[in-house]
Design a protein around this ligand. Structure first.
Ligand code: GLY
Length: 383
């Protein structure tokens, strides 16, 4: 890695430490998702806010605040980050009692909280929670179709739906097998990853967000645009979940086909990266309005950095250069280092057709900070 990149990461990590020092204490008892008009983080546990049924404590992003705390714990060695991370973790534990509210995203919830805690401190309480979560995720596997089902019963029939985001949740299954030496979790992860490998990636390297399968046979029914512009489009955060998700499966299994898949999607992303380094919500959205998603940008950057770390030296620079273009754009044009906003990364979007554009999201901050830690080679591989 060039001196230049290391120097950049040193400077940015100092700014992250400075911001998180006050921001962590200000929001220590919350499960934050986004900031309000006054720049303060919301709280998914706020009893005055009427969230949707699986949108409160069970909200899929509720692990990222704790995850940020574990990243900072490793970077600074300060105990306070461990304590704040555990506030999140122990609150998330309670969602186990509300089985109905849990979903395909338990990996996002428990990998950066309970699994991180157990791996970093040996906390046995965390191990139990994490194994419980892994068992719930494994229970969503449909052996008739060889896939892990997304979502629960909605108005639409989602029994055969699979989403690209699921690739990120597989870490929980890989961890459970590595921890217990029982291969069943990993076997499920591999069957699911193979199903996604076969059915999500298009010839140009872009990926679908949602593919619907026949829940009895596993035959493809159709694809859906999901959070992107439409059917056949390429939602950028989904492209990021694919690059990073296939890398996770490669790192845990060593199966070359997953590295190859991550590279194909990475090349599609790099081919669509323009000189600004700003990422749209969907690489196939119309030119106007110029909607963007800094969160997708941070996820793609993390994925590209992982690819760079796992290919021969001669290939590394290309992936790292693209990741740095994205990260520099975030830092220079889309970051708030002031006390006026609790979040760092600005300009995120929930999905193309919703109105939640130009917002902050804790998981954008999480992946931005994780990317900076990767550049510094600091801390454990979280996923
Ligand atoms: N996993 C849903 C999202 O990325 O918004």
């Amino acid at each position: 890695m060039t001196e230049n990149i290391k120097e950049w990461a040193d400077i940015v990590l100092e700014k992250i430490k400075e911001k998180m020092d006050w921001c962590s204490e200000k929001n220590r008892d919350k499960l934050p998702y986004t900031t309000g008009p006054d720049g303060t983080y919301d709280d998914r546990l706020d009893p005055n806010i009427h969230w949707q049924p699986d949108n409160g404590p069970n909200w899929w992003t509720n692990g990222f605040w704790g995850g940020i705390m574990w990243l900072l714990y490793q970077v600074t060695g300060e105990e306070k980050y461990k304590d704040i991370a555990r506030v999140s973790e122990y609150r998330l534990e309670k969602t186990m009692e509300d089985f109905y509210g849990l979903h395909h995203d338990v990996g996002f919830m428990f990998q950066p909280t309970a699994v991180a805690d157990y791996r970093l401190t040996g906390n046995d309480r965390s191990r139990k929670t994490a194994l419980h979560a892994a068992t719930l995720l494994a229970g969503r596997f449909n052996p008739g179709g060889n896939f892990i089902r997304a979502w629960n019963d909605l108005e639409t029939d989602t029994r055969g739906w699979v989403i690209i985001d699921s690739m990120m949740n597989l870490s929980l299954l890989y961890w459970a097998s590595e921890e217990t030496k029982d291969p069943r979790f990993r076997n499920i992860a591999v069957l699911h990853a193979d199903k996604v490998l076969e059915n999500f990636i298009r010839p140009d390297g872009s990926v679908n967000h949602i593919v619907e399968f026949d829940p009895e046979t596993g035959e493809v029914v159709k694809s859906h645009g999901g959070q992107g512009y439409g059917e056949g489009s390429s939602w950028t955060r989904g492209q990021g979940w694919a690059v990073y998700g296939f890398m996770i499966s490669y790192i845990h299994t060593g199966k070359e086909a997953y590295l190859d898949a991550a590279k194909r999607v990475a090349h599609y992303c790099m081919a669509n990266l323009d000189e600004t380094g700003i990422i749209p919500i969907d690489f196939r959205q119309p030119e106007e309005p110029a909607e963007e998603d800094s969160c997708g940008a941070c996820v793609i950057a993390c994925g590209l950095l992982e690819v760079a770390d796992h290919v021969p030296e001669a290939e590394q620079a290309m992936y790292r250069r693209a990741a740095m273009k994205i990260l520099r754009a975030i830092e220079e044009k889309r970051s708030d280092w002031s006390r006026g906003c609790d979040a760092i990364v600005q300009g995120c979007s929930g999905s193309y057709h919703n109105t939640d554009h130009g917002i902050t999201m804790t998981y954008a901050d999480y992946y931005f900070i994780e990317a900076c830690c990767k550049l510094e080679k600091t801390g454990i591989f979280m996923w």
